[in-house]
Design a protein around this ligand. Structure first.
Ligand code: TPP
Ligand code: MG
Length: 621
């Protein structure tokens, strides 16, 4: 056996750079490189290895959590067919990645984490930043990655790499299992040399399968669909990851089945397709909610059925509603006691297209969906229309941005009140043009995820919609975007606090407690003093971004034009009112428990309202 003498870190990179993915005949390198921050836990290992492997490019980031978000933003745009590796030191550098790792796993997006780990040799313990345990010497902070990883391993001897790396790749490239994969490598082991078999470093192509459904299950599903009178499709992220948009469009055109979209699935159909009811669930449109309520058959395609999609299990009220779930992940396909069509969305829909060739919903039903599609767009128009108030509302800002952007440009968002508004209002014409991280809704994803999206699609303009709270959580990657020459445009919507949580607080009777940026008042003892003198535009400027301060919709439009010409990352700062122009629609509800007892009358009232909604919650058998 011919061998190659390499350190563990060098061997890992040599292996990773030879891994490719292939789907539908299109092949690409699975890793676009490595994000990271060095410390004593990875400097001599991965630091040294990256330095001598320039064809596996190293990108210095400012925060390890951001590194993982950036990888996720990239992988999401690439429909999970490529991603990044992330290297960190031990201790805090490693644990900084846990938050974003959870986000990756929840959203089923592949990313490889390589946190440094304690000396395998142990002699020097406790090393700086070591979590000591009195009950075991085999525990480090990296064990905290276990519940948020789809695969977790620790390499204590060099030869363990030979069997660990193929498992890493199997999980990362699995459409059903993808998520965060954590490979912990002790700091001494990273630098240790070993004679690795040459064969390990040959090019390997991971063919991404498109599994077909079980034929009996398909027959049963077809029978169920044929017997339904009010079918509804819930299109989730799986439609887009599987590139099933066209076959979905064809299926709904032929059958007339209307479609409601989740956050990850928005854009599955263009917004003006007459079958598109728009946003489903708690942040749903009037039409999607009305159709969900009455549906006798719900076809979930590539959806996890999050509480936002099901309006906390109140959306589907037809007593005999049944579910047919098309999902690559068996776990999701079985949700709501559904008939599981476990398989790839695109090929399952292709099968259904043939099997349902002579099936069509009633004309009145189809027409009703078409009317909702049209009437909703009129509501969007109204919400988008500037009213010339002293400060614009958020939906007016979104209207200006939506109107300005080209069809292939990308809007990207994750947290705050903007995701709900975007879900309801955004006119999406390109399925990759609506990028919401709303599985984990992690404040801080926005700028770093935006950078990842731009790295994946340099030919598209990326518009990051960001609140003041999200900005303060993680503005750091503006610097990384400048360093690498990837331009993103950040629309910084400043309402001086957490408008979303403030609004939510009002629904539970809490009157916005603890959600505004204000000095502590000496008399009240609460955070209701004068406004804090924070200038976020200045902050962005100091990081090197080009900054525009818009004061109304007119100057926002001017700034958008100027920003488009700019080559570096740009921040458009605009103040808005915190109140929503558009409230919940139809039966939209989200279960956020209200205190059962309280001295406050507003809380008592909110509890009454809460109990009414709760009665509508269902189990499905
Ligand atoms: C890391 C993280 N912490 C807390 C939350 C809970 N949370 C959701 S939205 C929000 C406030 C966001 O404020 P901002 O970005 O200003 O948006 P706005 O609500 O004002 O629209 C908070 C605290 C979260 N989603 N992520
Ligand atoms: Mg805010």
């Amino acid at each position: 056996m011919s061998t190659k003498r390499l350190t563990v870190a060098q061997a890992t990179l040599e292996y990773l750079k030879k891994q490719f993915s292939e789907r539908d005949g299109k092949e690409q390198a699975f890793f676009a490189g490595c994000f990271g921050i060095f410390g004593h836990g990875n400097l001599a290992g991965f630091g040294q290895a990256l330095q001598q492997t320039p064809d596996f490019r190293y990108y210095l980031v400012r925060n390890e959590q951001a590194a993982v978000h950036t990888a996720v933003g990239y992988a999401k745009m690439k429909n999970r067919l490529a991603t990044f590796a992330c290297t960190s030191s031990i201790g805090p550098g490693a644990t900084n990645m846990i938050t974003a790792a959870a986000g990756a796993t929840i959203n089923r997006i592949p990313v490889l984490l390589m946190p440094g780990d304690l000396f395998a040799r142990r002699q020097v313990a406790p090393v700086l930043q070591q979590l000591e345990s009195a009950v075991s010497q085999d525990i480090s902070v990296n064990d905290c990655f276990k519940p948020v990883s789809r695969y977790w391993d620790r390499i204590n001897r060099p030869e363990q790499l030979i069997t660990a790396l193929p498992e890493v790749m199997r999980v990362l490239t699995s459409p059903a299992d993808a998520g965060a994969v954590t490979l912990c490598i002790p700091q001494d082991v990273q630098a240790e040399a070993y004679d690795f078999p040459e064969e390990m470093f040959e090019k390997r192509i991971w063919h991404i399968p498109r599994p077909r459904p079980d034929l009996d299950a398909l027959q049963r599903a077809v029978a169920l669909i044929r017997s339904s009178r009010k079918p509804l499709i819930i299109a989730g992220g799986g439609v887009i990851y599987s590139e099933a948009e066209e076959v979905l469009r064809e299926l709904v055109k032929r059958t007339g089945i209307p479609v409601a979209e989740t956050f990850a699935g928005k854009g599955s159909l263009p917004y003006d397709d007459p079958h598109n009811l728009g946003a489903a669930g708690a942040t749903g449109t009037e039409g999607a909610n009305a159709f969900s309520r009455a549906a006798d058959l719900v076809m979930g395609i590539g959806t996890r059925y999050s509480d936002f999609t099901t309006a906390s299990k109140t959306a589907f009220q037809n007593k005999s509603v049944k579910f047919v779930n098309i999902n690559i992940t068996e776990f999701d396909a079985h949700k709501h006691s559904g008939l599981a069509l476990t398989g790839d969305a695109r090929v399952v829909l292709e099968e259904l297209l043939d099997a349902l060739a002579d099936y069509r919903v009633g004309e009145a039903y189809r027409k009703k969906a078409e009317e909702f599609n049209r009437s909703w767009d009129e509501k969007v128009e109204r919400a988008y229309r500037p009213e010339g108030q002293e400060l614009p509302s958020q939906s007016e800002v979104l209207g200006a941005v939506n109107g300005f952007m080209d069809a292939r440009d990308v809007v990207l968002c994750a947290s705050g009140s903007a995701p709900g508004d975007l879900h309801k209002l955004w006119r999406t014409s390109d399925s990759k043009g609506f990028h919401l991280e709303y599985g984990y809704s992690c404040m801080g994803y926005e700028i770093s995820g935006g950078l990842g999206a731009k790295m994946a699609c340099p030919d598209r303009e990326i518009y990051v919609i960001l609140g003041d709270g999200g900005y303060l959580m993680m503005p750091s990657e503006i610097i990384t975007s400048l360093q690498e020459g990837y331009k993103i445009t950040i629309i910084l919507i400043d309402n001086k606090g957490f408008a979303s949580i403030g609004g939510l607080s009002k629904t539970i009777g809490g009157e916005g407690f603890g959600t505004r940026y204000a000095y502590r008042d000496r008399n009240s003892g609460q955070l209701d003093g004068e406004a804090l003198p924070v200038d976020l535009a200045k902050n962005a400027e100091s990081l090197g971004a080009r900054v525009f301060r818009a004061s109304d919709i007119g100057s926002l439009n001017e700034a958008l034009k100027e920003a488009r010409k700019e080559e570096r990352t740009t921040v458009i700062h605009i103040e808005t009112v915190s109140e929503r122009k558009m409230a919940g629609y139809g039966y939209a509800w989200w279960d956020v428990p209200v205190a059962e007892v309280s001295r406050s009358e507003t809380v008592q009232k909110a509890r009454e309202e809460y109990e009414k909604h709760k009665k509508e919650q269902r189990y499905f058998f």
